[in-house]
Write a protein that binds this ligand. Structure first.
Ligand code: KG4
Ligand code: ZN
Length: 344
């Protein structure tokens, strides 16, 4: 059975994992940079890159020790090559290249989004192509038809902020700290989702895309107006995001010919309210609903190793001259969404 080493360093988690071609996660390690970035309320790229440099090598050694394996045992080395903070991406990719060069093993340059997109197939052996994927993370909010390894058709994207970004900004506004998503979810648990009227941008429109900037501004106005509890703001905000995600996904489902399942992935997919609402939507359409376990939703290297395993099995390896890419759309043919110069 093939064994793939996966490396991830595109944002604020340094991670390494060893995963087999038959879906065994032999070991996976993760070093979060939460403490480093906490004082700034968000990720500082230079701090992130330096922290990746310090963390990665010992992390790889520890991952091999956990699995009782050595570099000689792996069949290929997969590293995130983008999109993300370029300094961080380069740390993982250059390390992957060095290991590939030193051992003569093939390198697989993995698109971080492909890692998220294929992660449900690591968790769920029966998940077949094509499936409809809602990919919701800190930097992206997209609906894709996952047609096969390396084959993605983007149906929708955000025209401004990503869903995770909206969670993070709301958390900052409410003084809930960083990272924002889990903190907002915790506060929302004891709040009233009907306490504050907030907009649901683009809901009900023929346009397929997402928008969260107006929601963020409305949250800011509500907080500035005062007289509301953090819990109520968090709950009302979270419900607005749920409604947007469900409406846009429902629209996409009505416009795709055939999919085997409704799937959600990415850090925001760790949110319980979002998972529950999408489960209901899938049931309405008679589709299975697949969401990876929470640890596999947020950034990790097992998903990179798994995407590496899928690409390796398909004969898709890369030369040592493969570039690190700050931007790297999964569907290069997708039309530009209006206003979406940045996040598409
Ligand atoms: O996929 P991910 O770990 O990193 C990126 O590729 O961006 O996603 C991180 C995002 C952050 O915006 C974080 O606040 C959000 O996922 N997130 C959540 C939850 N856990 C993480 N958002 C809502 N609810 C959560 N429980
Ligand atoms: Zn991610």
């Amino acid at each position: 059975m093939t064994i793939i080493l996966g490396l991830e360093s595109s944002c604020d988690e340094t991670a390494a994992a060893l995963v087999t071609g038959d879906r065994q996660v032999l070991a996976h390690r993760l070093a979060t940079q939460e403490k480093e970035h906490q004082p700034y309320g968000g990720v500082v790229p230079e701090i992130a890159a330096r922290a990746h440099v310090e963390a990665l090598t010992p992390l790889i050694e520890a991952t091999f020790a956990d699995a009782g394996l050595t570099l000689n045992d792996v069949d290929a080395i997969a590293a995130t090559a983008g999109p993300g903070l370029i300094g961080g991406v380069m740390v993982g990719l250059v390390t992957g290249k060095a290991l590939a060069h030193a051992t003569g093993k093939p390198l697989v340059a993995v698109n971080h989004l492909e890692g998220h997109a294929l992660s449900p197939r690591l968790a769920e052996p029966d998940l077949q192509f094509p499936y409809l994927l809602l990919l919701v993370s800190g930097g992206h909010c997209q609906i894709l038809v996952v047609e096969g390894v390396g084959q993605y058709r983007r149906l929708a994207t955000t025209i401004d902020d990503a869903a995770g970004e909206a969670f993070d900004k709301t958390a900052k506004l409410l003084g809930l700290g960083y990272p924002g998503g889990p903190a907002v979810e915790r506060a929302a648990a004891s709040g009233n989702a009907k306490a504050i009227r907030l907009p649901r941008p683009l809901v009900g429109t023929a346009e397929p895309h997402f928008s969260f900037a107006g929601l963020k501004s409305a949250v800011l106005r509500a907080v500035e107006a005062g007289g509301t509890s953090k819990e109520d703001v968090a709950a009302s905000f979270q419900q607005a995001v749920v409604d947007c995600l469900v409406d846009r996904t429902r629209r996409a489902l009505a416009n795709v010919p055939h999919v085997t399942a409704l799937v959600v992935a990415g850090g925001v997919a760790a949110n319980g309210a979002i998972r529950a609402a999408l489960q209901g939507l899938a049931a309405d359409h008679g589709l299975p609903f697949i969401a990876p376990p929470l640890w596999l939703c947020t950034d990790n290297a097992a998903m990179i190793a798994w995407a590496g395993a899928e690409r390796f099995a398909a004969g898709l390896t890369d030369g040592l001259d493969v570039p690190a890419r700050p931007r790297w759309p999964l569907d290069a043919q997708a039309e530009k969404a209006r206003g979406a110069g940045v996040k598409a």
